[in-house]
Design a protein around this ligand. Structure first.
Ligand SMILES: Cc1cc2nc3c(=O)[nH]c(=O)nc-3n(C[C@H](O)[C@H](O)[C@H](O)COP(=O)(O)OP(=O)(O)OC[C@H]3O[C@@H](n4cnc5c(N)ncnc54)[C@H](O)[C@@H]3O)c2cc1C
Length: 432
């Protein structure tokens, strides 16, 4: 680490993949873009790896990339049962921020934020990281007071955070309704200017391409169906494409973490629930920031294509089906239309759900287990997209060195026995 900046691993593409650049784009146009190299190989599973990462979402791919780039572990594989980013990575509403209440949270989310700020350059892949600001609004006197406490805590951790009054919010977001007679009046808000959004698929693809360049095998359409142990040690994984021998297994399977943990006889303190989002038909630009409301469980931004991207809170039941119930988006849309009357005549274009894995304290698990060589990175719940680079960076460190670093240590499974919980529930609310 240099100063406060995390070590981002190797710059560029040391494995020899051609760099993406304006020059490359012009050169490829000569051959009508028929000669682009595949972004990653379609690797066949080998009989043995030094480490296997289960889950080809952003966190799993980032872990593999940092294992190779920072720790020199290149004989590794990422095993994905579907397609890269087809889980929550490709289903989320892409909100990125680091303005959390507790010190432990500030450390990991700010570590991530710094990695986001250099990611496109590090991976040589435009992840369209846009620091357009994230504004969280308050609708009651109590929320305004709580917000002020939170902003002070955030600033004490050196993270940017500004309080805005209703008039300042109106100037910043002209299409918001600040009429004080509405059901959820805008009474104030706090803004993280460095927060924003990124293109979720690009994050998965960028990490995959950079990891593949370093020799990592990325194996799609291959489900892990069992974990093989010898006593208290992991020795391999059973998959739908055969047995793979390995002494280290990193599980990064989000909503399916309890399922994979059960393969090793472990119970995790997680609930898997549906979380839904939707987009409207595309319109001209009207919103150039991200708005969150914890009280009404609503958050909104506008994509580069012009679609209004809206998300709600979790459904209140456990499920593994990647869809949710109607009352949740209905409640959220009622509040959204009141706050943004301009939305009332828009049509919905797509609607989907993902399965989020939430711990009782709404904080993640980055941990060894009592089985040697078996590690879990999960429990990111409704808010793990923003943590993708930081999570991958510290999880790779844990797998490579078999001990958590300072940032990861508070997120060990032990906390559910010691009681040292990192209770972000109050701070998170809607939690993105
Ligand atoms: C609707 C919605 C909105 C959200 N909005 C935000 C937001 O705005 N901001 C934010 O920070 N976070 C948000 N999140 C949360 C965020 O998406 C997740 O925390 C994050 O993407 C998790 O990434 P991951 O790589 O751990 O999981 P995933 O992307 O889900 O990847 C896990 C992968 O594991 C694979 N897998 C599972 N079981 C197996 C197996 N047995 N064998 C092989 N592969 C397996 C799955 O197919 C999947 O691809 C949202 C989530 C949803 C659903």
């Amino acid at each position: 680490m240099a100063g406060n900046q995390p070590d981002r691993g190797n710059r560029g593409l040391p494995g020899g993949k051609p760099r993406y650049s304006a020059f490359a784009l012009a050169r490829q146009s000569m051959s009508y873009h028929q000669d682009w190299q595949r972004a990653w190989r379609d690797a066949e599973p080998k009989a043995e790896y030094d480490a296997v990462i289960i889950g080809g979402g952003g966190h799993g791919l980032a872990t593999a990339y940092y294992l190779a780039a920072v720790h020199g572990m290149t004989n590794i594989a990422v095993i994905e049962k579907g397609w890269l980013g087809g889980g929550n990575t490709g289903r989320n509403t892409t909100i990125i921020r680091s303005n959390y209440l507790w010190d432990e949270s500030a450390a990991i989310y700010e570590h991530s934020m710094k990695l986001w700020e250099g990611m496109s350059q590090d991976l040589n892949f435009n992840v369209m990281f846009s620091q357009r600001g994230v504004l969280t609004i308050a609708h009651s006197e109590h929320e305004v007071r709580e917000m002020s406490r939170r902003v002070h805590a955030i600033r004490l951790n050196g993270i940017d955070s500004d309080i805005l009054g209703p008039d300042e919010i109106k100037a910043f977001v002209p299409c918001i309704n600040i009429d004080q007679s509405i059901r959820y009046p805008v009474m104030g808000g706090f803004l993280q200017k460095r927060g924003g959004t990124a293109r979720h698929d690009a994050v998965a693809w960028g990490y995959a391409r950079a990891a593949d360049d370093l020799g990592v095998d990325i194996i799609q359409k291959c489900e892990v169906t069992g974990l093989r142990r010898q006593g208290r040690k992991i020795v391999g994984v059973e998959t739908t494409r055969g047995y793979i021998k390995t002494g280290k297994v990193g599980c990064v399977v989000a909503g399916h973490s309890s399922v994979v943990a059960e393969m090793a006889g472990i119970r995790l303190p997680l609930a898997s629930r549906p979380l839904q989002a939707l987009v409207s038909e595309p319109i001209k630009p009207i919103l150039d920031t991200v708005i969150m409301s914890n009280a009404v469980h609503m958050y909104i931004s506008q994509s580069d294509k012009g679609e209004m991207v809206l998300g709600a809170g979790v459904d209140k039941y456990n499920s593994y089906a990647q869809r949710g119930s109607f009352p949740v988006p209905e409640h959220m849309l009622a509040a959204a239309v009141e706050l943004f009357p301009v939305l009332s005549r828009l049509r919905m274009l797509r609607h989907w759900g993902g399965i989020v894995d939430t711990c009782p304290d709404a904080s993640p698990i980055i941990s060894k287990t009592d089985i040697d060589g078996l590690y879990f990175d999960c429990g990111w719940g409704t808010g793990g997209f923003k943590a993708t680079p930081g999570s991958g960076h510290v999880f790779a460190d844990l797998i490579a060195n078999d001990r958590p670093n300072k940032i990861a240590a508070p997120y060990s499974l032990d906390r559910f026995q010691t009681g040292l919980l990192i209770d972000e529930h109050g701070a998170a609310g809607v939690a993105h």
